[in-house]
Every structure is written in C-alpha cells, then in structure tokens.
Design a protein around this ligand. Structure first.
Ligand code: SF4
Ligand code: SF4
Length: 192
C-alpha cells in the first residue's frame, strides 16, 4: 500500500487524482509496447521501471506498482520519447501527470522531489524566472531538516565564486508576477 496522508486529503483532491489517472489510462491505451520511448530516453539508465513498462502498468491501472516506482520523477521532460513514439502518444505530458497525481495524493516517498519541484515553481511564479538563492532557501525550509543545507554548502560556494548564483535576499511575501496565471491554470486543471 502506498503511504499517504489520506486523512488530510479533501474529496476534491481525490476526485482530481482519480480523474487524472483515468484520463491518462485512456490516452495511453494505444501503446503497442514497441519500446521506442525507452530506447530514446536519456534518463532510463537510472529508472527502476523503463518508460515502456510504466505505460503498460498505466494501461492495466496498476496504481500501486506505478507509485512504488521513481521513474516519472526522473523524467527530465526532454520530449524525445514524445517526438519518437510511433503512436504519437503524449508521453512527457503523461510523466508530468503522474507527478501531479503523486503530489495530490501526498505520497510521502516523493516528498523530497515534490518539495524540490514546488520550490522551483514557487520561485518562477514569483519572478517569472529562477532565482537560485530563493529556490534553495524555499526547498530547505520545506524539508525542515537543519543539516540538509550543509550538503549543498561547497557546491553553493563554488557557484557563487564563478558568479553563477547571485546572493539575493529571498522575498517570501507579497504578490508574485505570475500569480494570476498560475491561479488560472490551477482552476482549469481542476475543472471536471
Ligand atoms: S514508443 Fe509509444 S507505442 Fe512504443 S512503447 Fe513507447 S509509448 Fe508505447
Ligand atoms: S521526456 Fe522523460 S521519459 Fe521521455 S525521453 Fe525525456 S526523460 Fe525520458
């Protein structure tokens, strides 16, 4: 059984993830298991299930097996599989949908990855671009682990020395530049 904070999930979130899962299954029914997606994927060497295997599990509705895997979190959204799939299936979009379902279901084993992505997107939402200092601060704060920043200290210093990271003060409050846009997308995605 996948670990999840189901007691804090609203009926709306459950409906959203069930609907997304069913839409995904329908979109991938035409997969003929040729393996072109796996052969094209530059990240497949690190995945526990190949993309082809993942799509088969989606077709079969094997939610438990799908969310035991980290494959969809390792997808770098490069679109090679989508471009090469002979059936024209929206595979990169499908990987993203699995990330959204895992986030909506609050599956604990993806907490680190989910918090990383959320911190990234929250920074983009605020400025319309990435500000590395704020992004990492948001991520550390969300993980509530005081020793976590230590592991990144030497990399951070190296990047600062090379001028790749500016020491800007993070802004956590106030309206972000892209707030309205993000709210609209959220609203559209939750529409039945
Ligand atoms: S390339 Fe397309 S048809 Fe072939 S296995 Fe992957 S998803 Fe299925
Ligand atoms: S979009 Fe994701 S799954 Fe597809 S080839 Fe790129 S990394 Fe692999």
């Amino acid at each position: 059984m996948t670990s999840r904070k189901s007691e804090t999930r609203s009926a709306g979130e459950e409906d959203f993830s069930s609907r997304l899962m069913e839409e995904l299954r329908e979109k991938l029914l035409a997969c003929m298991q040729c393996g072109t997606c796996t052969g094209s994927c530059g990240s497949s060497f690190a995945m526990d299930l190949t993309p082809r295997q993942l799509w088969r599990l989606v077709q079969l509705g094997e939610k438990r097996e799908i969310f035991k895997s980290r494959t969809f979190y390792l997808c770098s959204a490069c679109y090679f599989c989508t471009l090469r799939c002979p059936r024209g299936l929206p595979l990169t979009e499908a990987m993203s949908a699995l990330k959204r379902i895992a986030a909506a279901e609050g599956i604990k084993r993806y907490k680190q990855s989910a918090n990383f992505y959320k911190a990234f997107m929250d920074t983009v939402r605020r400025y319309g671009r990435l500000r590395e200092m704020e992004f990492m601060n948001r991520y550390f704060f969300s993980m509530k682990n005081p020793v976590l920043p230590m592991g990144y200290a030497s990399l951070g210093l190296k990047l600062m020395k090379k001028g790749k990271v500016s020491p800007e003060i993070p802004k956590f409050l106030g309206e972000g530049r892209f707030d309205k846009l993000f709210r609209k997308v959220d609203e559209l995605e939750k529409r039945p």
